[in-house]
Design a protein around this ligand. Structure first.
Ligand code: ADP
Ligand code: ZN
Length: 216
């Protein structure tokens, strides 16, 4: 399966992607994770991306598209992939179409995680992440076994700088302006499936399973 997850920040893309990957041998490509890793390692890309990310703005399309090009060509695409956090603009979506065309691949589904703006703010201000492995926690709904320490890898659990409320509002505005148009774009191609992002964290997984069953 080749799947895209879209939705506002905090809709649960990362969590859903992790569930989908648990049961399948497919690559999980999270542009946010790749960018944060580059920032941590102070690569040329990281240095360029940092100020955009801190302000809750999008990193320029050219940077993201060349980054994705490298990742897609490196993975075993035959087994499939989940794109999480990409595409986020119409230009990125069109660039992805060209890339996949060149590889003679097509998309199976675009899963849209829907959640209200207030739901996003509530969820993201409670979100915590592992500094090392990006595992996701929540101070209300998903605490680690030992306070401040990641269950999976022992890494330190932190709050992302862009999960502070003022930045969350900026990221939401960016989502509505730049990313929301993708809904129509993929709906027009018959690829869009809407999922309740405020519901159970298994919904995308379940939806995908029924799609797979339908495909045979
Ligand atoms: P979220 O979905 O929770 O906003 P991500 O981890 O996906 O967070 O992304 C964090 C930041 O990384 C974004 O706010 C943006 O600055 C940058 N980013 C990630 N993916 C993209 C993309 N496809 N295009 C442009 N910027 C991106
Ligand atoms: Zn961890």
């Amino acid at each position: 399966m080749r799947v895209i997850l879209i939705g506002p920040p905090g809709a649960g893309k990362g969590t859903q992607a992790a569930r989908i990957r648990e049961k399948r041998e497919i690559a999980h490509i999270s542009t946010g994770d790749i960018l944060r890793e580059n920032v941590r390692n102070a690569t040329a890309l990281g240095i360029e991306a940092k100020s955009f990310m801190e302000a809750g703005r999008l990193v320029p399309d050219e940077l993201i598209i060349s980054m994705i090009k490298v990742r897609l060509s490196a993975i075993e695409t035959a087994k499939g992939f989940i794109l999480d956090g990409f595409p986020r603009t119409l230009r990125q979506a069109e660039a992805l179409d060209v890339l996949l065309d060149g590889m003679s691949l097509c998309l199976d589904a675009v899963l849209l995680l829907e959640i209200t703006d207030d739901g996003v703010v509530r969820r993201l201000s409670n979100r915590r992440v592992c500094r090392l492995c990006n595992a996701i926690y929540n101070v209300v709904t998903r605490l680690p076994m030992k306070e401040g320490v990641c269950d999976a890898c022992g890494g330190e659990i932190i709050q992302r700088d862009d999960d502070k409320e003022s930045v969350i509002r900026d990221r939401l505005a960016v989502y509505h302006e730049r990313t929301a148009p993708l809904v129509e774009y993929y709906d027009g191609k018959g690829l869009l499936y809407r999922i309740d992002g405020a519901g159970q964290p298994d919904t995308a997984e379940a939806r995908l399973e029924s799609l797979e069953a339908a495909k045979g």
